[in-house]
Design a protein around this ligand. Structure first.
Ligand code: ADP
Length: 159
């Protein structure tokens, strides 16, 4: 059992694929931080960090050892300040691997943290926040793409 894990992402918006990784990760860690990264290159305007915090809280209400936090700076700084033992990431396909490899090696170089990868459940391996933004922008409902609790609000905001 890992003592403290961190699953960090942009979550614009959170998807069923993210939730699956959070549920599975929480079974492997005593405490799982779910960190909202603030990447200035990403479409922040759609959902503020606080809105993303609220959505993630809502969909993880039943997962008592998941703690939702903002990670405004370098992930490595959060790791050091909060005694995180392991970074968790999801892997959907080989297309994710190159970027994930860069991030994992860089984080290990900066603060010595190891990254554990959870393979995406095949049910969700096609899901990304960007594809959800795209279909919602054309007015498609989000059932089966995002967790039910936030389906309506994400759709209203994005369509
Ligand atoms: P980032 O831009 O930081 O990659 P994302 O919110 O897109 O932020 O993703 C955060 C993490 O969630 C990454 O490890 C990503 O591979 C993983 N992830 C995203 N979508 C899925 C999915 N459908 N299944 C499993 N993991 C996923």
């Amino acid at each position: 059992m890992v003592k403290t894990g961190l699953f960090v992402g942009s979550f614009i918006p959170p998807t069923l694929g993210h939730l699956d990784v959070i549920q599975r990760g929480a079974r492997l860690c005593e405490l799982l931080y779910v960190g909202i990264g603030i990447d200035p290159k990403k479409s922040q305007a759609l959902f503020s960090p606080d809105e993303r915090l609220e959505m993630l809280r809502e969909i993880t209400r039943e997962i008592s050892n998941a703690k939702i936090v903002l990670v405004p700076g370098l992930v490595a700084d959060f790791i050091r300040e909060n005694q995180v033992d392991v970074l968790l990431r999801g892997l959907r396909s080989s297309a994710d691997l190159d970027r994930e490899r860069e991030l994992a090696v860089t984080n290990r170089q900066i603060c010595g943290v190891e990254t554990f990868f959870l393979l995406s459940d095949p049910k969700y391996s096609h899901l990304s926040s960007s594809i959800i933004r795209e279909i919602a922008s054309f007015g498609h409902r989000l059932h089966g793409f995002v967790p039910e609790q936030i389906e309506e609000s994400v759709f209203q905001k994005m369509s």
